[in-house]
Design a protein around this ligand. Structure first.
Ligand code: BGC
Length: 565
């Protein structure tokens, strides 16, 4: 826009022009944010391994290593010594593991609030800083108190990052690849879990503080990469529209689309976002701070477009994702595989399941865009019901491992194979789609809070699963000792997920976030897949008559993008 001046924003009535075309560099900007998933995965992945490290246990309990305690001890004596003395007490294990979820739960809710005040980008950067403070405490800790404080603070940071990365990505990604990009976030979660497992595996036998400090300290790398990267990326244009800073919104949009500021495409896309926001504000005005929270629960639950319905949908979506039982496998895998008998290295099997998770996820990049969110959630739930019931059925028959029925190695192998298939189904369906959907269903007026609440629900249920699992399957007096029957329970819960997806989840693929709003108003979840955009908010809100102009400087955004990103 040589010479500077003002660009009029009138909007278009052409439904195909509501999003600007995108350059390769713009795709890369969007994809970078997915890196935030590494935090999520890595932080949930390292604690379990560290709690079982000899050096860590010695430091916590004050007891000698088993080989120092009695160099001539038999395997049975060592087992008893480990069970009775040389292990971190269960309540401490529970506390250090679940305190992270407590932090993430509150972190996600607070971040949802903050992202509307200081912006999406700054909230994520702040999350990295908070996370690092927690990480310093965790690394420095030599006892329970400091470790717990560190986990709580780090969890806070992870809560910020896990909620707002989804929000940021959904708001800046072009509609055609939005699902694939958010699936990239899920991919990073799986890589994070794998990396944590590998680093812990590499340091677990060290007899110095490096055994636990190295896995913890590696996390600083993620914080630095994400914070520095985001400092260079543009803010979400939708955030600036919400703030009423239209010039900044135009600049940000120009950068995320890689287009010059005076491009008609940018003007049309911006007009649509502005008109949609005006429309949403006219439906549910936000008067005060409390009022803006209350508006998340405004409207009738029976209306698919009401804020209440959308908020509950997001919260339940994440709850159902956790109730698929996926984290049972990741958190409790080694213990469960040991119980199956005839397995020499349960840790290795655990590593295999983590690897299956990583390798399966990329298929979802294509599936979420071709098959759609709604259908993969329905198929995914059905697939997991089948896989988990098969595991349960084998476990109850040929795979039974009791005194009068020793484990059959082939049956055990078959169970592991079906558990891996179950992971693949999750990784290509509910894993990514639950995150994609929560980034898409909320209107701008409540989007950051809606995503925050939904993410908090994910961590809440994640925590519940972590806490109750030992009581379901562990081999001890206070446990229900369900063994492989636990898969009947997870399979049963997946049946509920199936109906949940069928009756309540709309199809959002290929639509802009503003079109999703319209689709929710004009269709039901079951008819949503057939819905087609037919009008624009800009024309309905008569934006052209409002004479909105955006002041712009002398710089050309496309040129600026080249130097700053
Ligand atoms: C879930 C996590 C889970 C991970 C496994 C995520 O989508 O929210 O709880 O551990 O997938 O890949």
């Amino acid at each position: 826009m040589p010479g500077g001046g003002a660009v009029p924003v009138t909007g278009t009535s052409d439904v195909n022009r509501v999003e600007a075309p995108v350059t390769v560099r713009a795709y890369l900007i969007v994809a970078f944010a997915a890196f935030g998933g590494i935090f999520f995965g890595y932080d949930t992945g390292w604690m379990g391994g560290v709690l079982n490290m000899d050096y860590f246990i010695k430091q916590y309990t004050g007891y000698d290593y088993p080989d120092v305690w009695n160099p001539d001890a038999t395997a049975d004596q060592i087992k008893t010594y480990r069970n009775e003395f040389f292990s971190v007490p269960s309540w401490q294990q529970s506390l250090t593991t679940s305190i992270l979820s407590a932090g993430t739960f509150f972190g996600a809710i607070i971040a949802g609030d903050l992202a509307d005040f200081i912006g999406r980008r700054m909230t994520i950067i702040l999350g990295c800083v908070i996370f690092s403070v927690g990480g310093i405490l965790e690394t420095a800790s030599t006892g329970l108190n400091v470790m717990v404080a560190g986990r709580l603070i780090a969890g806070f940071g992870v809560g910020f990052i896990s909620a707002i990365v989804i929000l940021y990505m959904s708001e800046i990604a072009p509609r055609k690849v939005r699902g694939a990009v958010v699936a990239g976030y899920q991919f990073c979660i799986t890589i994070g879990i794998l990396l944590a497992n590998c680093v812990v595996y590499g340091t677990q036998n060290r007899r110095d503080t490096g055994s636990y400090r190295i896995p913890i300290a590696v996390q600083f790398l993620w914080a630095i990469i994400l914070a520095v990267g985001l400092a260079l990326l543009p803010e979400s244009p939708r955030y600036w529209v919400k703030k009423g800073k239209l010039d900044k919104a135009a600049h940000a949009l120009g950068r995320v689309r890689g287009q010059p500021l005076d491009s008609e495409y940018i003007q049309d896309e911006l007009a649509e976002i502005i008109a949609n926001h005006e429309y949403e504000m006219s439906v549910v005005p936000q008067t005060s701070y409390l009022g803006s929270w209350m508006s998340c629960f405004e409207g009738k639950i029976t209306n698919p477009a009401s804020n209440k319905r959308r908020t509950i949908l997001g919260i339940c979506m994440q709850m159902m994702q956790q109730l698929t039982g996926i984290n049972f496998i990741f958190y409790f895998g080694p213990v469960f595989f040991q119980q199956l008998g005839s397995i020499s290295n349960p840790f290795l099997i655990s590593l295999v399941t983590t690897l299956v998770n990583v390798l399966s996820t990329p298929a979802s990049f294509v599936m979420v865009e071709k098959i759609g969110r709604r259908r993969i959630l329905i198929f995914g739930a059905a697939g997991m019901v089948i896989m988990q019931f098969i595991v349960g059925a084998i476990g109850a028959t040929a795979g039974k491992n009791t005194a009068d029925h020793p484990a059959n190695p082939n049956a055990t192998r078959a169970m592991i194979a079906f558990i891996c298939l179950n992971i693949s189904v999750f990784a290509t369906t509910w894993g990514p789609a639950a995150w994609i959907v929560i980034g898409e269903i909320f209107p701008l007026t409540i989007r950051s809070r809606g995503v925050g609440l939904s993410t908090a629900s994910n961590w809440f249920w994640n925590c519940i699963i972590g806490v109750i699992t030992p009581y379901l399957v562990a081999d001890r007096a206070d446990s229900a000792r369900l063994g492989s029957n636990v898969f009947f329970m997870w399979g049963g819960l997946c049946c509920i997920s199936f109906f949940f997806a069928y009756f309540l989840v709309p199809e959002t693929k290929g639509l802009t976030l503003e079109q999703v709003d319209k689709m929710l108003e004009e269709s039901t979840p079951r008819t949503s897949r057939k819905w087609k955009p037919h009008s624009t908010f800009a024309s309905e809100m008569h934006l052209g008559e409002k004479h909105i102009e955006i002041p712009v400087g002398t710089d050309n955004v496309a040129a600026k993008t080249a130097t700053t990103v």
